[in-house]
Design a protein around this ligand. Structure first.
Ligand SMILES: NC(=O)c1ccc[n+]([C@@H]2O[C@H](COP(=O)([O-])OP(=O)(O)OC[C@H]3O[C@@H](n4cnc5c(N)ncnc54)[C@H](OP(=O)(O)O)[C@@H]3O)[C@@H](O)[C@H]2O)c1
Length: 232
């Protein structure tokens, strides 16, 4: 996806994947810096370690407690998941949101949704985590999950394993938008589509957060179309 964006702008950069074990992120980042790499995207489960490595983390990544985008030479860190998510919901009607899940990605969304005018109600399988998240970011907690909202965003990893969530889709509004952060088909999205709802899958966020990383590193606007095409 990033390579497609570089190629579209005829930039002489390479984007490569590097596999790193837990606990070795800082060492790997120092090594990549020494080898001349300029920027790094970090994914689950390394985003907290990446933040700890940074010498200059911006306010957003500190608030979220995780960084996904780094500048190696200056040891700067930011988090583009949060702003990228907002990019993907621009123009949606209504400001009542249900957030399913209370893990790392839910934290990124919780950090920005209220500021974007959303009233957020959170449900999580493990209720204590939902309560802690709600306390920290000023959300309310749902005893039971509901799709009675303008936006229902599934931040759980249930769909990765084909697991369904205990949702009653008859509670949905006609304009409810169902958004799953997992890429591609999931039981959540299949059920929402069967109810006739608009659905968004995780590829949108993948492109949006990647485009924001690109802009942060290079100060250039990538072709989001080229990036989306590359992951199709
Ligand atoms: N599209 C993108 O660009 C993008 C970006 C970031 C993340 N993601 C995706 O977002 C998902 C969450 O990532 P994360 O970093 O937040 O993970 P995480 O910190 O491990 O949190 C996982 C969450 O899923 C819940 N969960 C897992 N299995 C479940 C099930 N069978 N039923 C109900 N709840 C379940 C967990 O609940 P408990 O607290 O009860 O365990 C927890 O709330 C992943 O699938 C990841 O691939 C996508």
């Amino acid at each position: 996806m990033h390579q497609a964006a570089y190629d579209a702008l005829k930039l002489p950069y390479r984007y490569v994947a590097v596999h790193v074990g837990r606990g070795s992120v800082g060492k790997a980042l120092d090594r990549l810096a020494a080898l001349g790499y300029r920027g790094v995207n970090v994914t689950v489960p390394h985003k907290e370690e990446a933040l700890a490595w940074a010498a200059q983390a911006d306010e957003l990544s500190r608030r979220i407690g995780a960084a996904n985008t780094l500048r190696l030479a200056t040891k700067e860190a930011t988090n583009t998941d949060a702003g990228g998510f907002l990019d993907t919901i621009q123009g949606l009607a209504g400001r009542e949101a249900t957030m399913l899940g209370a893990g790392g990605t839910a934290r990124a969304l919780a950090a920005v949704l209220p500021g974007a005018g959303y009233q957020v109600r959170v449900w999580n399988r493990t209720r204590e985590r939902a309560m802690a998240l709600a306390d920290e970011f000023g959300l309310s907690v749902l005893e039971e999950p509901t799709v009675d909202a303008d936006l229902v965003v599934n931040t759980t990893s249930a769909g990765l394993h084909g697991d369904r969530l205990p949702l009653d889709w008859s509670e949905a509004r006609n304009g409810t938008v169902a958004y799953d952060l997992v890429y591609g088909e999931t039981p959540f999205l299949t059920e929402a589509a069967a109810r006739g709802l608009r659905t968004i899958d995780g590829q949108s966020l993948l492109v949006a957060q990647g485009a924001r990383s690109f802009e942060w590193w290079l100060g250039l606007t990538p072709s989001r179309e080229a990036m989306a095409e590359a992951i199709r």
